[in-house]
Design a protein around this ligand. Structure first.
Ligand code: TYM
Length: 329
């Protein structure tokens, strides 16, 4: 039996954090043995907001190295950079012509990032179409992402269905693949907001490359409530519940087990233990990261990834061009 196709991507905007890891990248690793996985560094999505070109090149390679450092094995999964496969832009345009401004206006991420400004970049508005193109090019069945991307997957499904209805079966219908614990990791300083790469306060997040001292500070000053009872209650106790999710993912223990373990002890001991757990978890990832980042292997892996991804993307585009009536000469 052929393995189902999996596709996902991460923007190379630096500060890859525990939310990105738990919500998405950890799943990437977990799926690579059973499925046919393709993981992209989506640099074209990054330029929907202004980027420093020199830095973008560096952060693109940083994320590629992080993919491998967290355990994505290029022998099992394809790793490549979005802009090196121009079919993404090509399909994105064709899908743009089949999308409605109304459905794009309803995207919450666009509303958050543009804040109603007339000068929001058009790319920010059409960003979910490029994401749909990413997914549909690879006949993707499952898209492992955090739950902030769920709405974009819904739009992708709508576009695929619309296209298939109009031109006949062309695209595979993709599905959101989320996790139960940690699909939305919250900011440490304000657990009502999601952890994000761009928040000003560096203690709102833990980046995968943070030093132990920084991790300690961020966790020890994480916002919790004042009753100091350790209980999982995301609505009533969002701060401690968020820390419990991180603890659970990094130890493999069930939330109930952790709650029982800390019955009667306050937040202080729990946070101290969590600091150690997070630092021990990140240490080997960081060691591997610095090795890979400096090696020639990285570029070799990315070149091979581009070749593999291009072959699949071109196969899909041949089908799509034919369907929409573009001549083949
Ligand atoms: P990006 O780069 O913002 O985030 C990368 C992945 O991390 C997840 N994530 C989180 N998960 C849990 N808690 C959080 N606080 C948190 N913050 C981020 C995101 O859900 C995502 O899975 N549009 C995408 C990138 C993309 C893509 C694609 C994904 C482009 N094309 C095709 C899948 C398929 C984005 O901006 O992710």
């Amino acid at each position: 039996m052929t393995k189902p196709n999996v596709f996902s991507g991460v923007q190379p905007t630096g500060n890859i954090h525990l939310g990105n890891y738990i919500g998405a990248m950890k799943q990437f690793v977990d799926l690579q043995d059973e499925m046919n996985c393709t993981y992209c560094i989506v640099d074209m999505h990054s330029i929907t907001l202004p980027q420093d070109p020199k830095q973008l090149k560096e952060t693109t390679l940083d994320v590629a190295a992080l993919y491998m450092a967290v355990g994505i094995d290029p022998a099992k999964a394809t790793i490549f950079v979005q802009s090196t496969v121009p079919q993404h832009a090509e399909l994105s345009w064709i899908l743009t012509c089949h999308s409605y401004t109304g459905e794009l206006s309803r995207m919450t991420q666009f509303k958050d990032k543009s804040r109603g400004s007339e000068s929001a970049p058009t790319g920010l508005f059409t960003y979910p179409i490029l994401m749909a193109a990413d997914i549909l090019l690879y006949d993707t069945k499952y898209v492992p992402v955090g739950n902030d991307q769920k709405q974009h997957i819904e739009l992708t499904r709508d576009l695929a269905e619309r296209f298939n209805n109009r031109y006949g079966e062309t695209f595979v219908m993709p599905e959101y693949k989320g996790i139960t614990v940690g699909a939305r990791i919250m900011a440490l300083d304000d657990p009502t907001k999601k952890m994000s790469k761009s928040a000003e306060n560096i203690h709102s997040r833990i980046s995968l490359l943070d030093e132990p001292g920084k991790v300690k500070k961020s966790i020890m000053r994480a916002t919790t409530d004042s009753d100091s009872v350790i209980r999982f209650d995301p609505a009533g106790k969002p701060g401690i519940s968020n820390l419990l999710s991180i603890y659970s993912v990094f130890t493999g223990k069930k939330i109930d087990e952790i709650v029982a373990q800390y019955e009667g002890s306050g937040y202080g001991q729990f946070k101290k233990d969590l600091v150690e757990i997070v630092n021990n978890y990140l240490a080997p990832i960081q060691e591997k990261y610095y090795d890979i980042r400096q090696s020639d292997e990285l570029i070799r892996v990315l070149k091979e990834g581009t070749e593999k991804a291009s072959a699949v993307a071109e196969r899909t585009m041949k089908r799509v061009r034919e369907k929409v009536g573009f001549i083949n000469i």
